[in-house]
Write a protein that binds this ligand. Sequence first.
Ligand SMILES: Nc1ncnc2c1ncn2[C@@H]1O[C@H](COP(=O)(O)OP(=O)(O)OP(=O)(O)O)[C@@H](O)[C@H]1O
Length: 764
Amino acid sequence: MLVDRSPSNLTSREPLLKILRDGLRPGQQEIADWQGGRLAVSAVPGAGKSTGMAVAAALAIARHQLHTKRQLVVVTFTRSAAANIKSKIRDYLKTLMLPQGGFVVHTLHGLAWSIARSYPELSGLNPDSVLITPNQSHRLIRNSVEQWIGLNPSLYQQLLEGRQFDGEETERLRRQAVLRTEVLPALADTVIREAKSSGLMPQDLRDQSYQVADGSILTIAAGLYEQYQLQLKSRNSIDYDEMVLGALRVLENPSVRSRWQTQVFAVFEDEAQDSSPLQTQLLELLATDPNHAENHQNLVRVGDPNQAINSTFTPADPVFFRQFCQQCSDDDRLAEMNQAGRSSPVIIDAANFVLTWVNRHYSKVSTDEALTESATPFRSQAIHPVAFDDPQTDANPLPIGLGLEIYTPEDVYKTVELIGQRSLTLFTEDSNAQAAVLVRTNEQGRFVTRELKRWHGEDLNVFEVGQRDRQSHIPAEILSLLQFLDRPHSPDHLKAALLVLVGRRLIPTQDLNALVTFPEQFLYPAPLDPPQSPQVREASHYCVSLLRARLELPLYQLISFLAYTLNYDQTELATANKLSERIMQQTTENSLGAMLETLSEIVNSEKFEPVEAEDDDRYTRPSQLTVITMHKAKGLDWDTVFIPFLHENMIPGSLYVPPQAKFLGDFTLSEVARAQIRAIVHENLIPDIETAWKRAEYLKTAEEFRLLYVAMTRAKRLLWMSAAKRAPFSWNKSENLDDRKPCPLIPALKAQFPGSVIDDDVEF
Ligand SMILES: Nc1ncnc2c1ncn2[C@@H]1O[C@H](COP(=O)(O)OP(=O)(O)OP(=O)(O)O)[C@@H](O)[C@H]1O
């Protein structure tokens, strides 16, 4: 399309711009009216952040006549959110008859990597590095622990002795195992993420450890972190924080920085409550105007401080976005998006009630000064229904049933039975209805899915997100098949491969033991062997065709071939390809044996990150009951949301010290280190162990309640909540039920919404 940037054209576009802007809600209009500078937008759930941001982006592109050399950079958290907002902005630009070059949409890490990768000499990062996401059992973390132990015998000895140690040999061995395999890997994992994402280096931690009376945990933390950095380098690997650090190093160069800053007109950030200090630093730098004497930034950060639910897993601390909102508010640069059209009014009332009730009961639980900034779990911000003339069709829809329903089933089995029956009724009445069960843990999700299958079989379409998304089956399945290709006559390998084929429903279920007793006979029956049944023949043909592929295909194509053979879907295929590339990269020798070695290591020790699906809609399909964790449900919504198992031991739960680690004290090293590092980042006094542990406990409680708030605000027309009287302690042994206390919010909600309490014997 031809681009006309003449002023007359801009004037002629004004009426169109006005129409777009007037179609927004008051809070959305405030972003659309942004002309420059810093702006914080605190938005309630369902406020229409994406729509607001997309229109604002299109208006900014039009008003400032942006183009490929001067762009608006939109940053979101996930790739699916990026795809979504990109298509919205494109549509608005089409309406305005503007070219598409004035903006780019990135995920934060995508942006950081593109900067770091283009200047390897400045970032110090090799563009071919392997990206890893370390967790406790990751090889790199385990090696860092071993290295640290070797280099710090006396600190290690102190840990071993802990409290009350009589020098007994078996006890010493037990403690060693706990330290090596649990305590120190957990500490390393937490510390690396917390410190690194805040821009702290190992030496910073070491320097700070001298400031606190008992700084030994920080000293150990610094040592582990140091070893990890060495490991990363020697293995040509990087992690996500390294990408951001690399990008920041690139931007230290004045001429490169100025080039980027000239290219970037402004940065619009979504889900800003989830950003770490390091990420924020990067965005602030890019948003800075190089031609302005003062540090002028064109930066719009949109988020909901009350949906900050990631700090246990990522070091995004809810305090940072709240602080940003506060600073902007002081300069009169805070916009609030308080109206939301997503839910029926009673659901909004329930969410608002939760927010105020929790703030009243859980604020200032401690006299600890450092908590004052986050002294309430929630920022006080109520959700309001939209105005009667709101442009959103079907805003604040009519409720289904009572809109809010609270149940107290006998036990967790009865709970699932109620959910199953209700879903069937909903889907029978309206085949477009969407529904989801939101659970706190993956184990609960597995329990719900299993029980629903047991009750309803194929009658109810259940989609368990946890299982499919982990995709952990992929490396394991490929490994089984490759092992078989390597040694087809091993009964164990043959059996494992057949199990995979049966599991994928490629060959009929049958007595596999009978097939694997004589592998040669099964694979290549001689004329005089007893004839094979059709089922056996089918299985045999499959295996032989795999073996043929092994001979005919080059090694690098083998995994992709196996993935096709296993009938993987699009996302699974992408994951298998990623796996294949990773193995090829890590394998020095071109042989099946070397490939197997690398793959076994991945399967045994590491989490392999699957490729994320782009289409979120598979979670919200009509007539499908989606089973999903509360964390993953963020950003999505359904007509009906079931939230079962609301028990006190889960929400808010409490921090847990495993009995085997109690020899170190009544706290965990990781949580204490986390609280101490946060104090360093916030420039507070570093707390002693006891205070640090209490602080960690408070942060967890606050986060659990925010998680529940996120879950509740996913419901459009029916919010179904329950706390069963009896529940298992361990969801893997769900047959042992005990009496369970409800989450303290349940009695409070019942008292506030008596009309929503459903007696045990009433069924809809
Ligand atoms: N101003 C508006 N006019 C018409 N429809 C709107 C408007 N704002 C939001 N909507 C509609 O409301 C729904 C949710 O909006 P949107 O996708 O922008 O929200 P979101 O960003 O996903 O929500 P959240 O605020 O929870 O992050 C969409 O169907 C969208 O079309």
